[in-house]
Design a protein around this ligand. Structure first.
Ligand code: PLP
Length: 397
């Protein structure tokens, strides 16, 4: 009974603050919906009018340039979705079947799927409460314990497999501690592949996310900060890697006027011109979108100031986050079950809310994957909920 009262007090408290930030939920307020305020209609119509709807067309190239520029990278390769981008990113830095790929347990399943599709094995590491991303200190300790340096790289002495790269993910748009992770990567001879799917427009110490590692992957799924319907991009400053990603994504076809020459097993991962057209119009709104998201986050932070039930997660020092999704971090020690009661209550009241993703090793098909101790991720999994975060909500009240 005591717990029941506590839970309903938590719900009432959150509802009262949501009312302040978003106004009443007369109509159901979704978690995140896209916004089309630019030339989307005209550019998509242009594809139809000219017949260039598919795998070649001027919007693909323009979109690639726009995405690269936004990520502070020299090259961008547009692909069908963020998962494909991540898979190609890992492939071009040399991830081989049977390799282990270090990634946070606290991520969306796409990070693990991308490695899995390459025949690699995800290896889960813990997160830092201050960034929600990979914790460099914990990772160093873990790799020092299980890692063994050999001539061709770092090996996991417990599994006998090579560990080939680290894949940090910028959770909800908040940059991970990339300096700390770069130091660990150098120390252990590992490459950094950035899962920047959620962090287009975010900055870490002034540098755009996406180009903080050797290669990065961005997503343009419908729920991301800007969208191509479905889409993704590989971004990098390394010309050779970009060329290879483009080549692999386009059936590894050797350029020729008419011959079908393919020099390896490629993929059909290229982004159609139709989607790229939508993307060009969306990219033109990125800065404005980030500004709105940051304003909404500010409203949440102010609206929940002094709230005993939890705090709105704020960007780490030195970072400028795109605040893709706002997160309420429930107070430490929040009673077991309180989170789900809260989610039930919020969704019933018309405010869409969601838990953070289930940790990767809690998914049945990844339960046996190698992993570090994950005390912080386990704690965060029980305490994080996401709140409505569409950019237009910044102008609601
Ligand atoms: C969205 C997302 C991806 C890629 O998603 P797609 O839906 O394939 O575009 C990858 N990693 C993370 C963390 C994501 O949130």
């Amino acid at each position: 009974m005591a717990e029941l009262q506590y839970n309903s007090a938590l719900l009432e408290g959150v509802l009262e603050r949501l009312g302040r930030v978003l106004g009443p939920a007369d109509e159901f307020i979704p978690l995140h919906i896209p916004e089309f305020l630019g030339d989307e209609r005209a550019l998509v119509a242009d594809c139809i009018d000219t017949g260039w709807v598919s795998s070649v067309g001027k919007y693909v190239e323009q979109f690639e340039r726009d995405v690269a520029a936004a990520c502070g990278a020299a090259y961008g390769v547009a692909v069908v979705n963020g998962t494909a981008a991540l898979e190609l990113a890992m492939k071009v830095v040399g991830v081989e079947p049977g390799d282990e790929v270090v990634m946070p347990a606290l991520t969306f399943v796409a990070t693990a799927n991308a490695a899995h599709h390459l025949g690699a094995i995800p290896h889960f590491a813990d997160s830092a409460e201050g960034t929600l991303g990979l914790d460099p200190g914990a990772l160093r300790a873990h790799l020092s314990r299980i890692g063994e340096a050999r001539a061709d790289g770092l090996y996991n002495r417990e599994t006998g497999r090579r560990i080939s790269c680290i894949v940090p993910m910028h959770v909800f748009g908040h940059p991970a501690d990339m300096d700390g992770l770069a130091a660990v990567a150098i120390e252990f001879g590992l490459t950094i592949v950035e899962d920047a799917a959620e962090s287009l427009g975010s900055r870490y110490k002034g540098h755009a996310c996406g180009s903080l590692g050797r290669v990065g992957a961005v997503s343009f799924n419908g729920n991301k900060i800007v969208t191509t319907g479905g889409g993704g991009a590989v971004v990098t400053n390394d010309e050779a890697l970009a060329r290879r990603a483009k080549h692999l994504s386009t059936t590894a076809k050797v350029p020729h006027r008419w011959a079908f020459e393919h020099d390896e097993a490629g993929y059909n991962y290229r982004l159609p011109n139709l989607n790229a057209a939508l993307g060009v119009a969306q990219m033109a709104q990125l800065d404005e979108r980030v500004a709105k998201k940051r304003l909404l986050a500010r409203r949440y932070i102010d609206g929940f100031a002094g709230f005993e039930g939890g705090t709105i997660f704020e960007e780490p020092a030195g970072a400028e986050s795109n605040y893709w999704l706002n997160a309420l971090l429930l107070a430490p020690g929040t009673a077991e079950g309180a989170r789900d009661d809260l989610l039930d209550g919020l969704n019933s009241a018309g405010y869409m809310a969601r838990p953070v993703w289930k940790l990767m090793h809690h998914l049945p098909f990844l339960a046996d994957a190698p992993r570090a101790p994950l005390p912080v991720a386990e704690d965060l999994e029980r305490r994080i909920i996401n709140l409505p975060s569409s950019a237009m909500l910044a102008g609601r009240t």
